[in-house]
Each structure stands twice: as structure tokens, then as C-alpha cells.
Unconditional design. Structure first.
Length: 377
């Protein structure tokens, strides 16, 4: 599937090489052309001003874009805008420089199920899922980067520039997270989130997303598994950023009870205005001989994204929408996971998502945003 195709992120190169030289393929070509995007003309060539959507206080042409992950810096974000992706999430930043996992970071993942889906909580996730370099459609991949970050002295001016590259009806969404270190107590961990949010706000961001679901933090250490702590952190962050809307990104949460607890500790208290779901599904990845697929200590498991997680993502969106209605809450739902086609976008919207994002699908279909814009032609 990918032998003769160049994704915006080169899976055959290191993270550092991608950061320095990307994006690639059609996204790289888009950087050679000035303009504010290629999508959203009407059938008669006129602007679709009357078709704009309201998203957390911002007007966007189409509530579709790329989540935190492939957009490593301003060049990637600018290319995304020019390719018609109206929401672009700048890859998660930290309060300090943070290293990345060694190459390879991306492998093709092959669930046993004929549908290609991974089922949260299933035995397969712990027994091992085959991962190799044979990319096949519909594509699923590993996400094993380690959430690297440049120093704020680097990412702040770069993020500020990326914000300014958004065209009419487009929006740059910065992503951030706190950095957990061995010497930290809970208050220091909260303070690091607050500091990072402050640094993001200084770039001129009009909203931001807090990652509570980093797959590289460890399968059993995801912040979103502790709704009370998420509530404490988002309360503190909101006090710092004031009226700027705050989104939190969640992993798959299996029970409605736990999901309701998350909403009561965040949205219901006014600290969170949007929920993005889902991040990835954690799985043990093995090679054809049953050995560890990703080399290095601590990399037995990886987050999996792409086609494999679409059903889980849709399930989370449906449940969030139902809870939003039952609890009489007002928050945006951003559906993420396995969006590989325009029809997948429609499915998420029909399930209750106010906005939809695609990372893996975008990497393998540079024209995905244009196909979605074309639905309204």
C-alpha cells in the first residue's frame, strides 16, 4: 500500500530526520505554494462563508483536522492548512526538553480479527499483536515516539508562527502535557502542567488541548485513569489560562461510571470545554517469531492507532454524547481514531462528534480533507 507513496511523516526515517526535513509527499509539495488552503470552494467557485462551523468560539470551514502526533512543528502545521485540514493540533509539548524513542517508531500492526479491529480489554492485547513493515489497507500502526519535546525556547516561537499560518476558517490547537519525573510529588506534577499551559498561552493560542492519555507513560500509568487528579490539574490549569477553552484528550475508558466520573471532575466544574477521544489502544507488539517488535527497554507495548481503533473511538463518542445529554452538560466532543475515509468522518459526526480528526488516515491519504470538503459540493 505504501511502497510508492510518501506519507507526510516518513515511517522509514527517524523522528529527528522527520522533524528537521519533513513533511514529505504532497504535504511537502504544499509548502512550496503560498495560500491559505486548497479545500472548501463551492461548486461555482465561491466561498462557503455560510457553511462555517462554530468550534469552541472559533469559526472553522470544516470541523476536521489532524490530532497531536504527525504535526511536529510549524512546517507540518502549515502544510496541513494548505492541504485543507482546518484543524491542526501541534504535537504535544512539555515544559522542558524531552527525548524521543529510537527508530523505528512506526510499524504496521495486524490484529487477528478479520475486521482488523482491536477490542479493548481483550486477551490479544496482552498476548501479542503482530507488527512488521508490511503496510496494508486498511492501515493500523504503532505509535512509539515517547512524546518528545524541544525546549520552550524553541517550540514557543515555532508554535507562535504556526498559529499565524492558519488561513480563514482554520485553527491551530496546541497540545501539551505535564512531565512526570521520579522526584516529583503530586503538587509538583500539577505545577508542571500549569507551567506548560502558561507557556502555551504565551504563544497567542486561542485554546489548547491537554494530553491525559499518553501511551508512552505506561499502560497502567495513564493520567486519565485518575479522574480526581485530572480534575485537580484542570482546575489549576484553568485558573492560569482563564477564558481560553481547554480540551482534554482521553484514552478509551471502558465503563460509563468511570467516564461519568471524568466529566463530573472536569466539565461539570467548568474547567474543561472539550473532550477528545480516543488516543490509542495499548497492545503488546510482537514480530513474526513472537519476539518484541520494537527494540529497546520499556517498548514491549505500544499505542496502536489507525483502522484497529475505529470501533473503540466511535463507541467512546456515542457514550460521551449520551452522557452529555443525560447530564445536561455543554462541551465539544472531538472524535479521533481510525478515520481513514470521508465515510468514517460522517460516521463520527453522526455518532455525536462536533469535530473529527485523523492522524493515520491522513498519513496515508493526503487528500482526505479535500474528500471531506467535497461532500458538501
Amino acid at each position: 500500500m505504501v511502497r510508492d507513496f510518501a506519507p507526510l511523516y516518513d515511517v522509514n526515517a527517524s523522528y529527528e530526520d522527520n522533524y528537521e526535513h519533513g513533511p514529505f509527499g504532497a504535504f511537502g509539495e504544499a509548502l512550496e505554494h503560498e495560500g491559505d488552503g486548497v479545500a472548501a470552494p463551492s461548486a461555482d467557485g465561491q466561498s462557503n462563508e455560510d457553511r462555517f462551523h462554530s468550534f469552541l468560539g472559533n469559526m472553522v470551514r470544516e470541523p476536521f483536522g489532524i490530532p497531536a502526533g504527525p504535526l511536529l512543528n510549524e512546517r507540518f502545521a502549515t502544510a496541513a492548512f494548505r492541504m485543507g485540514f482546518d484543524l491542526a493540533v501541534y504535537k504535544t509539548v512539555r515544559s522542558r526538553q524531552w527525548g524521543y524513542n529510537p527508530f523505528p517508531n512506526v510499524l504496521s500492526v495486524h490484529p487477528k480479527n478479520k475486521s482488523g479491529f482491536l477490542v479493548p480489554g481483550s486477551a490479544e492485547l496482552d498476548e501479542g499483536v503482530l507488527a512488521d513493515t508490511h503496510y496494508e489497507s486498511p492501515v493500523s500502526i504503532s505509535n512509539s515516539f515517547g512524546v518528545p519535546s524541544r525546549d520552550p525556547d524553541v517550540w514557543q516561537p515555532d508554535m507562535h508562527k504556526a498559529i499565524g499560518q492558519a488561513g480563514r476558517g482554520q485553527l491551530l490547537i496546541p497540545s501539551f502535557q505535564g512531565s512526570r519525573t521520579p522526584e516529583m510529588d503530586t503538587q509538583a506534577y500539577i505545577a508542571d502542567h500549569v507551567l506548560t499551559a502558561k507557556l502555551v498561552a504565551e504563544t497567542g493560542a486561542s485554546l489548547m488541548e491537554m494530553n491525559t492519555s499518553c501511551p508512552n507513560e505506561g499502560h497502567n500509568r495513564l493520567l486519565c485513569h485518575d479522574p480526581r487528579l485530572v480534575g485537580e490539574i484542570t482546575d489549576a490549569v484553568k485558573r492560569e489560562i482563564g477564558d481560553l477553552p481547554l480540551i482534554i484528550k482521553l484514552a478509551y475508558i471502558p465503563t460509563d461510571e468511570a467516564l461519568e466520573s471524568m466529566l463530573r471532575n472536569t466539565v461539570a466544574r467548568g474547567s474543561v470545554q472539550g473532550i477528545a477521544a480516543i488516543n490509542t489502544i495499548s497492545a503488546k507488539l510482537v514480530d513474526a517469531q513472537g519476539g518484541q517488535a520494537l527494540p529497546g527497554e520499556g517498548r514491549e507495548r505500544s499505542g496502536v492507532c489507525g483502522n484497529a481503533i475505529r470501533q473503540a473511538g466511535l463507541d467512546m463518542v456515542r457514550r460521551l454524547a449520551a452522557l452529555r445529554e443525560r447530564m445536561d452538560l455543554n462541551f465539544a466532543i472531538i472524535g479521533v481514531g481510525g478515520v481513514l475515509s470521508a465515510q468514517d468522518y460522517v460516521s463520527y459526526r453522526q455518532s455525536g462528534a462536533d469535530a473529527v480528526m485523523s492522524a493515520t488516515g491522513t498519513m496515508w491519504n493526503a487528500r482526505l480533507a479535500q474528500e471531506i470538503h467535497a461532500l458538501k459540493q
